[in-house]
Design a protein around this ligand. Structure first.
Ligand code: ATP
Length: 243
């Protein structure tokens, strides 16, 4: 579904991605793990057209999207939920969700969009309870759920999730991760960025490890969990614990 081939992205003179290649197949959860500043956010922003790759290609469903503006890429079926939620605090929870479907109005039947809204409320019952409340009054975890819900309202085929567990209490991290698994079961393909490698690898099918702008390791989630480098640097286990 998604092919990233040899992508290099720069901030001025600074090269943040150094020939990154990865792929995501239909129906998979793929996770990209790596430390602060490794280039994870830069990669997601390059895929969704917020940043331009200087070299390399991004191909979605066989179509080159590398040079397309972000707006066109959303319409093709990629939705990006950025880091640190960024909901519209003054607007109601429901209006934030409706905003996620803005490009569908006028093209699709209102009833179809309303049904999707109900689906989001099924996934996140707390959002239904708070639907009329200003989004800014929600807790951090609830705002994160709202950001994911808004991303889903564009009916993406591929959801790009940037650190959905950031700053959340462990119980909410588990809840968000559980929902990501449920999304996959409902047919959404997910590329998940996480610093919390343990949580991400628990639900991912495959994963990539990125260090200073380069993919240094890839494999199934089970392979990565068993890998000594991943264990020592990302799962908090010392080498001496590796059996
Ligand atoms: P984090 O988990 O902290 O978000 P990350 O893996 O997502 O980390 P990026 O934010 O993609 O990392 O950053 C990759 C590199 O690009 C880092 O060295 C960072 O300092 C640099 N960088 C990011 N944004 C900018 C910017 N706007 N201008 C200059 N350099 C930047």
């Amino acid at each position: 579904m998604l092919e990233v081939v040899g992508v290099s992205t720069y901030y001025g003179q600074i090269q943040a991605l150094k020939g990154v290649s990865l792929s995501v197949n239909d129906g998979e959860i793929v996770t990209l793990i790596g430390a602060n500043g490794a280039g994870k956010t830069t990669l997601l922003n390059t895929i969704c057209g917020v940043l331009a790759a200087r070299r390399g290609d991004v191909v979605f469903d066989g179509q080159h999207v590398t040079k397309l503006p972000a707006e066109r890429i959303v319409r093709l079926g990629i939705s990006h939920v950025p880091e640190r939620r960024q909901v519209f605090g003054e607007m109601s929870v429901k209006d934030n969700l409706i905003l996620g479907a803005y490009h569908r109005y006028g093209k699709e039947k209102r009833a179809v969009i309303d049904r999707d809204l109900e689906t989001i409320f099924e996934l996140f019952p707390i959002l239904k309870q708070r639907e009329k409340q200003a989004a800014g009054t929600l807790s951090g975890g609830q705002q994160q759920m709202l950001a994911v819900g808004r991303g889903l309202m564009s009916r993406p085929r591929l959801l790009l999730l940037d650190e959905p567990s950031l700053g959340l209490a462990p119980m909410l991290v588990r809840e968000i991760i559980r929902i990501v698994g449920e999304l996959r079961d409902r047919g959404t393909t997910v590329l998940l960025i996480e610093q919390n490698a343990r949580a991400a690898l628990r639900i991912a099918d495959r994963g990539y490890l990125i260090e200073t702008g380069r993919i240094v390791l890839e494999g199934t989630a089970a392979e990565l969990i068993a890998n000594p480098i991943v264990q020592s640097a990302y799962l908090g286990k010392g080498y001496h614990h590796v059996s």
